[in-house]
Design a protein around this ligand. Structure first.
Ligand code: HEM
Ligand code: HEM
Ligand SMILES: [Fe+2]
Length: 455
């Protein structure tokens, strides 16, 4: 830690841990419901559990990105955070909006638009909140001593993510138009601007953990940004196949989304190549494991499993089934959950002055959670392929099929239990670190050559 205001990241990271744990609980509620034990139905019907599970995911990841930005931007800019008090107020208001939304879902106050269920009045509060966040990190960059590619890509990624929230707030009476613009948010986030955020965070961590020159690492970042934009923007078309949009989207979406795995391949090679080039193992080895792991698992979950159902010829069978959930889990986990867990693993020892990464729990948390998530992906795959076959080839009724595949959710719940053990170890370590400690402030100057782009 080089700037004392980097500590503002702590409440964001702690909130991440809490919301992540809650998200997992709602996952289990749905897992059991799918097994036929929908015992909570009267209080938490499936739709409320699903909206809570997926929106908690989005909120804890965004909270994690904000915490990461408050950690990274002051260090990259060589300046203290512009307004730490505003950051704390912004954190508190984020928590208020989040809690209100979750309670609302249970009282049937929701929009029924997957991932964007938060009702419009709350959307305006989200906008105000994000504006305060962007002003804070934007001013820090502006007033800072230097501009770095890593810092700027992170800022551009976060600003674009905020702008892309707006199309989802426009009101349409037409279902087609509503779906069309919902994808501007959902797809252009995860297959567009969030990739910039992920690339920038990986770049920061690789610079810190591998010792490879900043110039080399940031050159790769440009390649990833380029590949993301070339493929991801028109790749949105893979969601327009069956919603009533014009037919040419079949060709456009198929072609460009088939190129998207290249950006994720770039991300995986990025991590592996830089770690190997660095040569020596950092003291905080587990932070590098999360960073490189993020590149590799996102390539498998987003790149390979995304490609598996992105061509119209495959998607016509798999659309809206558990095959989608299979891909959704490994992609979100590999790309965005792992990158947030990587920053937290890197930042906590510095913030608190404690080296808990030497405990056995740190690396076990990594391996157990990843094994669990791979097994969950397998369980969703088996359930999904069986569902496609019975429902769309054999022609069985939707609900009869759901009953036929209950058994596979037994497998899902077992796999999810393994995953949860890994995450519990991670959260256990997080709690073990305790609160940030003022004496932990120890400047760590970078090699002078690395100050590329200094003002
Ligand atoms: C980290 C990046 C990614 C994440 C987090 C992600 C996540 C998701 C999620 C959650 C859905 C379901 C969305 C909904 O129905 O509202 C979805 C759908 C889809 N994804 Fe991805 N994805 C990523 C990258 C990719 C890539 C690179 C491809 C293609 C190569 C891809 C192909 C698809 C397709 C075709 C669908 C539609 C499935 C259907 O028709 O039901 N995804 N993705
Ligand atoms: C560990 C326990 C978990 C369990 C038991 C679980 C289970 C489930 C279930 C049953 C669904 C609904 C599938 C359906 O529509 O029928 C679901 C949806 C979803 N979950 Fe999880 N989940 C867990 C953790 C996670 C994690 C850690 C992530 C992200 C990293 C995640 C991301 C998602 C996403 C994106 C969807 C929506 C998928 C789609 O739209 O098709 N889940 N989950
Ligand atoms: Fe997409």
């Amino acid at each position: 830690m080089t700037m004392s205001t980097q500590r503002v990241a702590y409440p964001f990271f702690a909130t991440c841990m809490l919301l992540f744990a809650l998200q997992i609980i709602y996952g289990f509620i749905m897992g059991f419901a799918h097994m036929g034990f929908d015992v909570l139905h009267e209080w938490i019907p499936f739709n409320a559990a699903r909206a809570t599970h997926t929106n908690l995911l989005v909120v804890w990841l965004l909270t994690g990105f904000m915490g990461s930005a408050y950690w990274i931007i002051p260090e990259e800019s060589g300046a203290e955070l512009w307004n730490p008090k505003l950051a704390i107020a912004q954190w508190a208001s984020l928590v208020v909006v989040g809690v209100t939304a979750i309670i609302g879902f249970h009282l049937n106050w929701w929009e029924g638009r997957k991932f964007l269920e938060i009702p419009r009045p709350l959307d305006f509060l989200v906008v105000a909140n994000v504006l305060a966040f962007l002003a804070n990190i934007g001013m820090t960059v502006w007033k800072g001593k230097r501009y770095t590619t890593t810092g700027l890509v992170l800022l551009v990624g976060l600003t674009s993510a905020a702008l892309l929230y707006l199309p989802g707030m426009i009101w349409f009476d037409s279902q087609v138009l509503d779906s069309y613009f919902r994808w501007w948010v959902v797809h252009l986030w995860v297959e567009g601007v969030w990739e910039l955020i992920m690339g920038a965070i990986m770049s920061y961590l690789l610079i810190k953990l591998t010792g490879v020159d900043r110039e080399v690492i940031e050159k790769w970042l440009y390649v990833i940004v380029g590949l993301t934009f070339v493929s991801g923007i028109l790749g949105t078309g893979h969601h327009y196949y069956w919603i009533g949009a014009p037919k040419y989207w079949l060709a456009v979406g198929g072609l460009f989304s088939a190129l998207e795995p290249l950006a994720f391949l770039g991300m995986a090679l990025y991590g592996v190549a830089m770690a190997r080039r660095g040569g020596k193992t950092p003291d905080n080895r587990v932070a590098l494991m999360w960073t490189v792991g993020c590149g590799i698992v996102s390539f498998v979950g987003a790149g390979l499993l995304g490609f598996a159902h992105t061509l119209p010829q495959a998607n016509i069978w798999t659309h809206g089934t558990l095959v989608t959930a299979m891909h959704g889990h490994l992609a979100f986990w590999g790309a965005y959950s792992m990158v947030v867990l990587a920053v937290i693993s890197y930042a906590m020892p510095q913030m608190t002055g404690r080296a808990l990464y030497r405990r056995w729990t740190a690396e076990w948390a990594f391996w157990i959670s990843n094994s669990g998530m791979l097994a969950m992906t397998g369980a969703f795959a088996v359930a999904g392929i069986t569902q496609v076959y019975l429902e769309r080839r054999v022609g069985m009724d939707f609900l009869a099929v759901q009953q036929a595949i209950e058994v596979h959710f037994g497998g899902l719940v077992l796999a999810a239990s393994l995953f949860t053990i890994g995450i519990s170890l991670y959260i256990w370590d997080f709690i073990g670190y305790g609160l940030p400690h003022p004496e932990a402030l120890a400047p760590q100057p970078e090699a002078p050559r690395a100050a590329l782009g200094a003002k």
